[in-house]
Design a protein. Sequence first.
Length: 53
Amino acid sequence: MKDILDTVILVMFVIMVAMFIINFNRQQIKKHTDKFDGNKKRNTENKEETINE
């Protein structure tokens, strides 16, 4: 019985760690894509301003 309980707890721990890593990576990817989109938008605005001048 103790072996089964230890196995279940170990599996739950591994799943929790995996979910943490997946969510952390998703958050970092979103942060960098938002930053990339902001830079791209800023660059196009700067190009439009220089063209208009």
